[in-house]
Design a protein around this ligand. Structure first.
Ligand code: UD1
Length: 418
């Protein structure tokens, strides 16, 4: 199993190019199921989760070719509207094929995703929404079976803000009969990116970027022949900026969109970072020891849960006490135990972590437990004295493209061993 070996202490300096957003590319690739015409998607990151989505689509009969960061899909025939357990269990986002499969084929059989390291993560709202649109939905032997000749538009009020739930229902609604209103929709930029992609295929969607999406169903969608460019990954951007802050370095992230990171940049500024932005770049320098920051996670545009672990790593070596409350996932503090192995002082009370900054962390063997927890361990290791070996980094490869190459180019001592 691959490991990352990090020798900490060097401040990060230089420029790093940001990849396309995993969480936008995944639903966009799934949305190719809605059309029978070829689809071309650019700025797709080379990640394990993307490979899983392509394998899933391939298994159903959607072939693809890859040229650099561009994926060309041929969804002309769907042989089997089935997402098998073996693929779904490796990536929960596989559930994103449910809505488009059902809308295109009139049926879908998708393995129920299990729990995961960060919590129970049910998909009840996806299923309730599709049922409200007229689908017969049953769960049998671990599989969701959904059937509907054609879905009917209706008013959906989501009990809770759900990103992939909103995306599934949005995709399904594009081919439904009549109008669908999705209220309390997720406003994450990746949801908007999917919506823009659907519009580029002829979908009729109003309210993009707001919490009410209005979809006028159409009979067919057809990629207009253009190449859709996936938006930059705001979480990858935030991860590199936070790494620079932890190591008291100065970096510039390129090919990104500052307005997607308002809540994160505000916290980094509060921690003492100097930040300047341009249209597609962000520069951060941290001239002093960071100050600890307090925050709670919440749906966009508030502070993203996917950046919680990285900011917690910053708090570990900061001056003062930072109080972090996780409101999205019930078990998203797995990194705390590992950060403590590096010398961090963190107490947990329910869904709140109280972190008292220490003068220095010290390298130790640690284990990655989930994607963003792993990122926080890399960040802490970059600031720690001595060597840290991070095991089980397949979690990192799910969501960070060439992480060791990018960090090395910023002057970090980091390499992969098998
Ligand atoms: C997506 C992101 C993930 C991010 C999360 C929150 C993708 C591929 N993944 O995950 O990186 O951390 O948003 O920003 O985009 N819930 C229910 N019932 C449902 C659906 C969700 O109770 O049917 C709950 C979840 O358990 C969780 C909360 O709603 O507590 C939000 O989850 P959700 O937004 O659905 O997360 P994902 O879409 O799985």
């Amino acid at each position: 199993m691959d490991k990352l070996v990090v020798r900490g202490g060097a401040p990060l300096h230089g420029e790093v190019a940001i990849s396309g957003a995993k969480n936008a590319a995944l639903p966009i690739l799934a949305a190719s199921l809605l059309t029978s015409r070829p689809v071309t998607v650019g700025n797709v990151p080379r990640l394990r989760d993307i490979a899983t989505m392509l394998a899933l689509l391939n298994d159903m009969g959607v072939s693809h070719s890859v040229e650099g960061d561009t994926v060309i899909l041929d969804p002309s025939h769907i042989d089997r509207p089935v997402a098998p357990y073996d693929l779904v269990r490796t990536m929960r986002a596989s559930i994103l094929v449910l809505g488009p499969l059902l809308a295109r084929c009139g049926e879908a059989v998708v393995s129920l995703p299990g729990g995961c390291a960060i919590g129970a993560r049910p998909v009840d709202l996806h299923l309730k929404g599709l049922a409200a649109m007229g689908a017969e939905v049953e769960v049998k032997k671990g599989y969701i079976h959904a059937r509907a000749k054609r879905l009917d538009g209706c008013r959906l009020v989501l009990d809770q803000v759900t990103v992939t739930g909103t995306e599934n229902l949005l995709m399904a609604a594009t081919l439904a009969r009549g109008t669908t209103l999705i209220e309390n929709a997720a406003r994450e930029p990746e949801v908007s990116d999917l919506a823009h992609f659907l519009v580029s295929m002829g979908a009729q969607i109003e309210g993009i970027g707001s919490d009410v999406l209005k979809v006028e169903g159409v009979k067919t969608l057809s990629a207009a022949g253009g190449r859709y460019h996936v938006l930059p990954d705001r979480i990858e951007t935030g991860t590199y900026l936070t790494a620079a802050a932890l190591t008291r370095g100065a970096i510039r992230t390129l090919g990104t969109r500052p307005e997607l990171l308002d809540a994160v940049l505000a916290k980094l500024r509060e921690a003492g970072a100097d930040i300047t932005t341009g249209e597609d770049w962000i520069e951060l320098s941290m001239p002093r020891r960071p100050r600890a920051v307090s925050f709670h996670t919440a749906p966009h545009p508030a502070f993203p849960t996917d950046m919680q672990a990285q900011l917690m790593a910053l708090n570990c070596i900061a001056e003062g006490v930072g109080v972090v409350t996780e409101t999205i996932f019930e078990n998203r503090f797995m990194h705390v135990l590992e950060l403590r192995r590096l010398g961090a002082q963190i107490a947990i009370e329910g869904n709140t972590a109280i972190c008292t900054g220490v003068d220095k962390l010290t390298g130790a063997p640690v284990m990655a437990t989930d994607l963003r927890a792993s990122a926080s361990l890399v960040l802490a290791a970059l600031a720690a004295e001595g060597e840290t070996v991070i095991d089980r980094i397949y979690h990192i490869d799910r969501g960070y493209e060439q992480i060791e190459t990018k960090f090395s180019s910023l002057g970090a001592e980091i390499h992969r061993v098998c």
